[in-house]
Design a protein around this ligand. Structure first.
Ligand SMILES: Cc1cc2nc3c(=O)[nH]c(=O)nc-3n(C[C@H](O)[C@H](O)[C@H](O)COP(=O)(O)OP(=O)(O)OC[C@H]3O[C@@H](n4cnc5c(N)ncnc54)[C@H](O)[C@@H]3O)c2cc1C
Length: 364
């Protein structure tokens, strides 16, 4: 028979969003985080650019000092061949929030995990099969070995949004974006600190130097574009990137490692329909809105949506929850407006399907 464990809040998903929310709530509430994976992964992890605006959120989590000492390098300028074939340079120093960082993403996530545990959150890992249900006092989540119960349930399961899906909530998928990427061994402390972004007919590239002697090279194209099958071969991937002078000049002599791919398109939970799951259900991070990597806003949104949700959960009132949902709705509208503007930029490619299908704002 399953062991029973009562908490005030159950958070599904131990990613940046789940850990941030657990850290903010745990000093005053019994928080249980339930994670599908048995252990944090190892090796490099894509998703490394953190904007300077995240510093106040890290401060609120009580990790800013530790974060600064961990040695994540500051971001360099962004150089983009986007609207036209002429590279445009945006200096990181011009951002009033500061240049931001290129993260050692694994180290960053471990730091957030340690902080959540230190704040008093419980963490159950390796919970592969979870069944969600109701009981008179709120939600129950059955992992097979343990029955967790709490008045509030939070979906922080990332892009899969597994809990919202189980609850039948609808999502809007704006585009079928696929990210093909590889980590390349690169001399540590290489002087080139720039983020390079390159649009082409079928999508867009980016490359940045990472801590620990690595560089990431990524190409974003549509999942239904057969080109990705060719580019799954490291040599072809690199050769195609090198056709662009902006990329070629920093890829000289580098050899790609294993090719990897991830879904990367915009997916938004319909905030207007969240009430259907109940006023005791929230979604944060990518489970609420998974942003296009071109925005470099995913991690910031994970921390910010967790902070907003923490405020609503602590207040425990219908008004506070409504304010939180309104705030999240405004985030989605602002994001979509910018997202569409970004993809309108390279009008020289407007006859290609990749760019054409991003001209319409997605509807629910
Ligand atoms: C190609 C690519 C590049 C990116 N680059 C950047 C970038 O440069 N900067 C940036 O800020 N963001 C970037 N992002 C986005 C960023 O990685 C995400 O926004 C961020 O990871 C979201 O955090 P999260 O905690 O919401 O979800 P996740 O990090 O996905 O964590 C979710 C957790 O939930 C767990 N889980 C899943 N299902 C279940 C379940 N049913 N039950 C329990 N646990 C479950 C998962 O194992 C995982 O641990 C990028 C994303 C992609 C795809």
């Amino acid at each position: 028979m399953a062991r029973q464990h009562d908490a005030d809040v159950i958070i599904c998903g131990a990613g940046p969003a789940g850990h941030a929310l657990a850290t903010l709530l745990a000093p005053r509430m019994r928080v249980q985080v339930v994670e599908r994976r048995a252990s944090p992964g190892n090796g490099p992890h894509i998703g490394e650019s953190l904007p300077g605006a995240a510093a106040p959120l890290l401060h609120r989590l009580g990790v800013l000092e530790h974060f600064r000492l961990a040695g994540h390098p500051e971001r360099g300028p962004a150089i983009a061949v986007w609207d036209t074939e002429t590279p445009v340079w945006k200096d990181a120093i011009s951002d009033p929030a500061g240049p931001g960082w290129y993260l050692d993403r694994r180290g960053f996530e471990l730091m957030l995990r340690r902080r959540a545990l230190q704040a008093g959150a419980g963490l159950a890992q390796g919970c592969r099969q979870t069944r969600i249900g109701r009981y008179s006092g709120g939600w129950q989540l059955d992992t097979g070995s343990t029955l967790y119960r709490a008045p509030v349930l939070v979906d922080a399961t990332g892009r899969s949004g597994g809990i919202a899906r189980q609850l039948g909530l609808r999502k809007t998928a704006a585009d079928p974006l696929l990210c093909l990427y590889s980590f390349l061994a690169s001399p540590p402390n290489a002087p080139d600190r720039a983020m390079r972004i390159q649009a082409d007919a079928h999508g867009w590239w980016y490359t940045v130097p990472l801590p620990l002697g690595r560089r990431v090279l990524a190409y974003h194209l549509d999942t239904d574009n057969p080109l990705w099958r060719q580019l799954k071969r490291p040599a072809q991937f690199l050769a195609r990137a090198r056709q662009h002078p902006l990329l070629a000049e920093c890829l000289e002599g580098l050899v790609p490692g294993r090719m990897q791919c991830r879904a990367a398109g915009t997916v938004l939970l319909n905030v207007d329909e969240l009430h259907q799951a109940g006023d005791d259900f929230l979604a944060i991070g990518d489970a609420l809105f998974a942003f296009d990597p071109i925005s470099s806003q995913g991690l910031f949104h994970s921390l910010a949506s967790a902070a907003s949700a923490a405020k609503a959960i602590e207040a425990g009132s219908a008004d506070a929850l409504r304010d939180h949902r309104r705030e999240m709705q405004a985030v989605a509208e602002h994001y979509l407006w910018h997202w569409q503007g970004t993809y309108r930029g390279p009008s020289r490619f407007s006859r290609y399907p990749f760019w054409q299908r991003r001209q319409q704002l997605p509807g629910p």
